[in-house]
Each structure stands twice: as C-alpha cells, then as structure tokens.
Design a protein around this ligand. Structure first.
Ligand code: B4P
Length: 188
C-alpha cells in the first residue's frame, strides 16, 4: 500500500498537486480541509465546530480531526493507497496516524514537503479568494495567522518524518506542471 503525506504551508499547492497525483498513482485523496468544508456546507455539527476555527485561521482540535480522518480511511477499504493532504498538521496527529496505520499493517511511505516563500503564499491565497469565496483566503490578517500557526504547530511535524527517514523536500515554486514533475521524480 502506498501512503503519501503531502505537506506544506497554506497555499503551497497541496490540494492542487493532490488532484494530479491521485490520478497518476490511482490513490485516494484525503484532504482534511475538504472534509471540513463539505461539513460546513452541509451545516453539520462537525461543520459548525470546524468553521469557528477555520474562519480565524486556527487549527481544528486534534481529537476531532484525528477521529474524522480515521473514519474517512475506514470508508475506503478498497483503496490501494492514500494521499493525506493537510494531515497531519500537528505532531500529535502524526503520532496518531502512525499508530492507526500500524493497526492496519501499513505505514507512511514518504512525506513530500512543498517549499514556497511567504510572499508567494499570500499572493496565491488572495488570488484564490477571488473565486473560492473562502473566508480564510480573503483577509490578510487571517492568512498571516494561518502562516504563523503553520510555523508554530505544523512545521515541526517535518522533524517527525525526518527522524523516520521519510522526509522529501520539494521546490514548490514555478508552474504547476514543474512542481508535479518534481513530485513524481521524488515519489519514483
Ligand atoms: P486546507 O484545506 O488544507 O487549505 P490550504 O492549506 O489553504 O490549501 P492548499 O495548500 O491545499 O491550497 P493550494 O496551495 O493547493 O486547510 C484549510 C483549513 O482547514 C486550515 O487552516 C485549518 O483551519 C483546517 N484544517 C485542515 N486540516 C487540518 C488538520 N489536519 N488539523 C487541524 N485543522 C485542519 O492552493 C492555493 C492556491 O494556489 C490555488 O489558487 C492554486 O491554484 C494556487 N497554486 C497552486 N500551485 C501553484 C503554482 N505552482 N503556481 C501558482 N499558483 C499555484
């Protein structure tokens, strides 16, 4: 089973690149952000809870996110592998994911970390806001908070995969196709 973690700051291209990689490798795409947005749209209790954090650029609490992620994996017993997009975002989530996969006799193959400088991230998110209608993309203070939360809580997750020898750094600048080419070369 091929399980990949696509990692990087907000706007680094995780969702964009996942769309290509799932087709290329025939994997299931699991974006925690997409699942939260689906629930917000549907007005579920989970959606209401998630929205109160997402609109401010904060992370949704670990226990909620971890249990949701596990349920999503369990819905796909047919999968030959997953792309985890936007998960794990904290070290506690990374530890929980490892344990969960271990109970299923599988593991993460590698973490692919998209590296993009801050000014480019802001530019991309503000451009997306024009069409996405996402509250968390349209306000520069919220974007800055998302980047700060990433640096404080999410960036350290890379060390977890570095220690395990599974970390791969990918230059996320350039055209979407250029970035895809680098990812495919790194995945092999
Ligand atoms: P996500 O949905 O994961 O949102 P994101 O980080 O903004 O998306 P992504 O990185 O995939 O966007 P992309 O660059 O592809 O998370 C949203 C929120 O959900 C979080 O802030 C948090 O509140 C919550 N959440 C999610 N997961 C969680 C977890 N595990 N724990 C707790 N909370 C969680 O796209 C950005 C734009 O850039 C697009 O417009 C795209 O077209 C453009 N772009 C991409 N590649 C480009 C390139 N090479 N050149 C130019 N533009 C490019």
């Amino acid at each position: 089973m091929r399980n990949l973690v696509l990692f990087g700051p907000p706007g680094s291209g995780k969702g964009t690149q996942s769309a290509f990689l799932v087709k290329h490798y025939n994997l299931v795409h699991l974006s925690t952000g997409d699942v939260f947005r689906f629930n917000i749209k549907g007005g579920t209790e989970l959606g209401k809870l998630a929205q109160s954090y997402m609109d401010k650029g904060e992370l949704v609490p670990d226990e909620v996110t971890i249990s949701m992620l596990e349920q999503e994996v369990e819905k796909r017993p047919d999968a030959i592998g997953f792309i985890f997009d936007g998960f794990p975002r904290t070290t506690a989530q990374a530890v929980a994911l490892d344990k969960f996969l271990e109970t299923r006799g599988v593991s993460i193959e590698s973490m692919l970390a998209l590296e993009v400088e801050v000014e480019e991230l802001k530019k991309r998110l503000l451009a997306r806001a024009e069409t996405s209608g996402r509250v968390d993309d349209s306000n520069l203070d919220v974007i800055q908070n998302r980047i700060d939360v990433y640096n404080a809580e999410t960036a350290p997750v890379a060390n977890f995969y570095k220690t395990a020898g599974k970390f791969k750094s990918i230059n996320g600048l350039g055209s979407k196709e250029d970035v895809t080419g680098r990812l495919v070369a790194a995945i092999g």
